[in-house]
Design a protein around this ligand. Structure first.
Ligand SMILES: [Fe+2]
Length: 210
């Protein structure tokens, strides 16, 4: 029996589709798969089976479902968010878990806790500067932290209303500089060591700068 899927997750699929950008659908998940596999091989995160990796990648589709409850005016805003708008945006992990908890049948799903953890903690940061719980370092589930890193990398590489897509080296430099918050230093080192071709498979060749 395949324990990855659950009928209630199929019901949430339109919400997942609605809250994932095209980039997320086509790039984020395969990228996440490669990062999880590489980080396991390099022992940056505890070992995961092939099925564990597949399951986390699949469940990561639902990490932003809480955005469904947020005003489009905030989600699609092209300019910088005001303080209050940022506060509202930062509610989406908790709103996502509230949505999951509103589906009683889902509580029987064997990986319900994994799903809730991904949904609630994909914006936590290594130094405690993330949200909603301000978790630090090893208090963040390792594979959830990889979801967060892949999410941040993908956001940097993707065009948004307020910015152009960055090249691989620009994105890595931003991540190293803490522009997206602090990540595990070991993960960042491992990410930096990966050949650029690893990422080009998903994001194309590096854009020439200058
Ligand atoms: Fe998010």
């Amino acid at each position: 029996m395949d324990h990855t899927y659950h009928p209630s997750l199929q019901l949430l699929e339109p919400v997942a589709q609605d809250t994932l950008s095209n980039s997320h659908s086509t790039r984020f998940q395969p990228l996440l798969h490669r990062l999880l596999t590489s980080f396991c091989e390099e022992q940056v995160i505890p070992a995961m089976t092939v099925e564990d990796v597949r399951r986390v990648v699949y469940l990561s589709r639902f990490h932003d479902i809480g955005k469904q409850s947020l005003p489009r005016s905030i989600l699609q805003k092209s300019g910088k968010l005001m303080l209050e708008e940022r506060r509202i945006l930062q509610q989406h992990p908790a709103l996502g878990v509230r949505l999951l908890r509103s589906i009683p049948a889902l509580r029987q799903y064997p990986y319900y806790d994994v799903l809730c953890d991904i949904c609630l903690h994909h914006h936590e940061r290594w130094d405690g500067g993330g949200y909603p719980d301000g978790l630090t370092g090893r208090h963040i589930t390792p594979y959830v932290h990889v979801v967060a890193l892949a999410d941040a990398y993908d956001a940097l590489r993707t065009a948004r209303p307020y910015k152009p897509p960055l090249s691989h080296s620009e994105a890595v430099s931003m991540l190293c500089g803490g522009a997206c918050g602090a990540f595990s230093p070991e993960m960042i080192t491992c990410l930096q060591a990966l050949p650029e071709g690893f990422f080009a498979a998903y994001y194309g060749e590096a854009r020439k700068v200058g």
